[in-house]
Ligand binder design. Structure first.
Ligand code: NAD
Length: 464
């Protein structure tokens, strides 16, 4: 239940921003360092929260959440001065002498709305960008990861400047109340249904938005790669966080011949990763809630089980499962799976695979396993996706200079590294031209003499 404090929180942060607290580079650095300190000193609290919410192992929590954000903080600290520096650009001869610069400035107060699947990383990684850019920010963690949300609400105010950074907990009701306020940027990560709610609310205030959404990210495997190696990369990326990863390979396309080799290789890969008794293996996570568990179990009837299929409702455990799926229109092939169920779908050939992907919503990522340069080139040229990797599912998001984001139904805008700074900044155009000498009167201002007319035409001719 909302307690009516949201407008007061927003007003407080706006006041902090207007006072200029967040602008100095020293404040930004201090906050980034405090964020890192919080993640290091309170790592065990966050690991415990992630284990409670998602059964995440400590190693995985470090790798994909805590350590990931620390990496983003360090990258921002290393590059902040150069990101903040105004950039000189060339003014055209016709207005010389003049100096033109792009000056990055903070936008104001940002709202960051996070989902439950990487509930720490997806709340704090955008915050790194907001702090680096000199914004004040509210972070709204997901109510579906309550332990992590509570840990953030407790610890962030202990480490970061409360005058400029706040955590607001809650679900749909509180988010709706937040969205009724005016923000200077809204950064939303989650599904497309709520993404549309966010976009509509933002339109009321003409607030710019970043939408980090999801979708069905395909993998394609052909006969030029070793099936065991491809299967291991795909299984790792798919079953990480029990499949609840926005960029997890959603399904695999291959010819009959390839799939016949990939199916046993996938079963072998699952065994290599998680052993015989997956359920007792602490490296493997759990499904976030009963509704998602039931939804995922319902997909198991949409194909023939090749590996896995075991489950336990009490623990919300679903074994890493590989499913041979013949019906391309079944629910498992319509919905974003977002769980540990991996359909293998037969295609006739490369054309069929490309048609399959290009004919559907543009995915957040596409993962191609082929050593054939022509095949890689065709995927690059003929399909659109937020990212495309060859042999490296998920790993693109570890490269700070690669934009991370979707296209079309999978989202708009991108972040990580310098882009996170740019997302939360305005690039102000600054032009300075001395009043003397007067170079404009004799050239482009009326009265237009024949000489000016010739000059203007000459100048425009040069531009064309
Ligand atoms: P979710 O249910 O946690 O919702 C996301 C946020 O929206 C939460 O903070 C929630 O409180 C809020 N919300 C829920 N209902 C609302 C409503 N009616 N009005 C306003 N706000 C509301 O997360 P989800 O949507 O289940 O997340 C899963 C989706 O997110 C998947 O599609 C996944 O692919 C996508 N995702 C994308 C990325 C990315 O980086 N692109 C990362 C993770 C997840």
């Amino acid at each position: 239940m909302s307690d009516g404090s949201i407008p007061t929180i927003v007003t407080g942060l706006r006041h902090g921003f207007r006072q200029g607290i967040t602008r100095p580079e020293a404040w930004r650095r201090g906050q980034l360092e405090a964020l890192r300190r919080m993640l290091q000193e309170r790592a065990s609290d966050f690991e415990a929260a992630l284990a409670a919410d998602l059964g995440k192992s400590g190693t995985e929590a470090q790798l994909t959440e805590i350590g990931f954000v620390i990496g983003e903080v360090d990258h921002a600290l290393a590059h902040l001065s150069s990101w903040m520096r105004p950039r000189r650009v060339t003014a055209p001869p016709a207005i010389q002498p003049a100096s033109a610069r792009i000056v990055p400035e903070p936008l104001g107060v940002a709202l960051i709305i996070a989902p439950w699947n990487y509930p720490l990383m997806l709340a704090l990684s955008p915050l790194v960008g907001a702090i680096a850019a000199g914004d004040a920010a509210i972070v709204k963690p997901s109510e579906l990861a309550p332990a992590t949300s509570a840990a953030l609400a407790l610890l962030v105010p202990q480490y970061l400047d409360r005058r400029a950074i706040a955590i607001v907990e809650g679900g749909a009701e509180e988010t709706a109340e937040l969205l009724a306020q005016r923000f200077d940027h809204i950064f939303y990560t989650g599904g497309g249904r709520v993404g549309r709610i966010v976009a509509r609310a933002a339109a009321e205030h003409l607030t710019p938005i970043t939408l980090e959404l999801g979708g069905k990210s395909p993998a394609y495997v052909d006969g030029t790669v070793a099936p065991a190696a491809a299967a291991k990369r795909i299984a790792w990326a798919k079953f990480l966080n029990a499949g609840q990863t926005c960029v997890a390979p959603d399904y695999v396309l291959g010819t009959r011949e390839t799939l016949d080799r990939l199916a046993p290789a996938s079963a072998g890969a699952i065994h290599d990763l998680y052993g015989n008794a997956v359920r007792r293996n602490p490296d493997y996570g759990r499904i976030v809630n009963d509704a998602h568990f039931e939804r995922l179990v319902s997909y198991l009837g949409d194909g023939e089980i090749v590996a896995g299929g075991g489950r336990d409702a009490a623990e919300r455990f679903i074994e890493p499962t590989v499913l041979s799926v013949a019906d391309r229109d079944s629910a498992v092939m319509r919905d974003e799976i977002f769980g540990p169920v991996l359909p293998l779908v037969e295609v006739a050939d490369l054309d069929d695979a490309i048609d399959f992907v290009a004919g559907r919503d543009k995915p957040l990522a596409a993962y191609v396993f082929s050593d054939d340069a022509g095949v890689r080139q065709r995927w690059t040229a003929e399909t659109s996706s937020g990212a495309l990797t060859f042999g490296a599912p998920i790993l693109h998001l570890t490269v700070p200079d690669l934009p991370f984001g979707g296209v079309g139904e999978s989202g708009q805008g991108a972040y990580h590294g310098e882009r996170s700074f740019r997302v939360f900044s305005h690039e102000k155009a600054v032009l300075a031209k001395p009043l003397t000498p007067d170079t404009l009167g004799p050239t482009i201002m009326p009265p237009f003499t024949g000489r000016k007319d010739r000059l203007v035409r000459q100048w425009l001719g040069r531009l064309r």
